[in-house]
Design a binder for this molecule. Structure first.
Ligand code: SAM
Length: 294
């Protein structure tokens, strides 16, 4: 009798995967962890019933969360990743000549299990001499920082459990404080169809701290619900205004291997469908109304 896993992220929609083998299932002090070997997507990391990343489609999210800010920044040297315990984000960052990348993951067991079962995703990310791993709450870590970062990537779980603090105004205030003036923040903000309040809520929050806030979209098979949204925030960099020739030159220079990101997609991912643009327009108008009220 085949076994099936049903994801419980969305209250009224479920995606179900056929399982070949349950490689691991257990509880950590922070969450339930499952690592499943599935027919369609290979090995899958599940936290508290929510699919985090899969061997077959992880490259889409991990490349777009990293290559877009790394190629948008003129010279990224210090990068901070909050969450990211599967190592996929750090793997992509290390393709660039950065000085150091901090990985701040609250749950050490996620990293231990990823190194054991998900080597196809983390590869050598945890072993690289430029990687600095900290087992800590990201919200706490940023309060202790004095040296600024060029890019902060928030690769957390959804705003439930330990990740809730990573969606607060206070947290964004702290991120702003530890970013260089030309710094960039990127984070995932959920399905544009099933979680509209998540991407709009984070957009609204970030507009309070950064002058350049731009949602961008990707298509990830296991992040169900149409376009999946990420958001780019900076004071000095508009990622949509970057010259394609310059992006192509930098991309060519590094000769890095990607399977989803390329300079053309860097530009097109910020072109949004009407159902998102219209919500942003309403947000802008309400912001202007607030700002113009004496
Ligand atoms: N790529 C996935 C996604 O798109 O949802 C996320 C991957 S990663 C496994 C998410 C990680 O965030 C988890 O390992 C979790 O332990 C970590 N996390 C949650 N809250 C955190 C916090 N406050 N500080 C640091 N890490 C946190």
């Amino acid at each position: 009798m085949p076994k099936w896993f049903s994801e419980t992220l969305h209250p009224s929609v479920r995606q179900t995967l056929k399982i070949k083998e349950i490689l691991y299932s257990g509880k950590t002090p922070f969450q339930k962890v499952q690592i499943l070997n599935t027919e369609q997507f290979g090995k899958v990391l599940v936290l508290d019933g929510v699919i985090q990343t899969t061997e077959k489609d992880e490259f889409i999210y991990h490349e777009m969360m990293t290559q877009v800010p790394l190629f948008s920044h003129p010279n990224p040297r210090r990068v901070l990743v909050i969450g990211g315990g599967d190592g996929g984000i750090v793997r992509e960052i290390l393709k660039h000549p950065i000085e150091e990348v901090y990985l701040v993951e609250i749950d050490e067991q996620v990293m231990t299990l990823s190194k054991k079962y998900l080597r196809a995703i983390c590869k050598g990310a945890f072993k690289d001499s430029r990687t600095r791993v900290r087992v800590e709450d990201g919200a706490q870590f940023i309060t202790e920082q004095t040296d600024p970062f060029d890019i902060v990537m928030i690769d957390s779980t959804d705003p439930i459990g330990p990740a809730k603090v990573l969606f607060s105004k206070k947290f964004y205030q702290g991120i702003k404080r530890i970013l260089n003036p030309a710094g960039i923040l990127v984070r995932q903000t959920g399905s544009t169809v099933f979680q509209p309040n998540e991407w709009m809520g984070n957009y609204h929050q970030l507009k309070g701290f950064f002058s350049q806030v731009h949602p961008f979209v990707i298509a990830v098979p296991t992040y169900i619900g149409g376009f999946f949204s990420l958001v780019f925030a900076s004071d000095q960099i508009d990622p949509r205004a970057l010259d394609l020739t310059m992006l192509k030159a930098r991309y060519g220079e590094l000769q890095l291997k990607t399977r989803y990101y390329n300079p053309e997609i860097h530009q097109s991912c910020f072109r949004l469908p009407e159902y998102m643009k219209s919500r942003l327009l309403v947000e802008e108008m309400s912001q202007n109304a607030v700002n113009s009220t004496p």
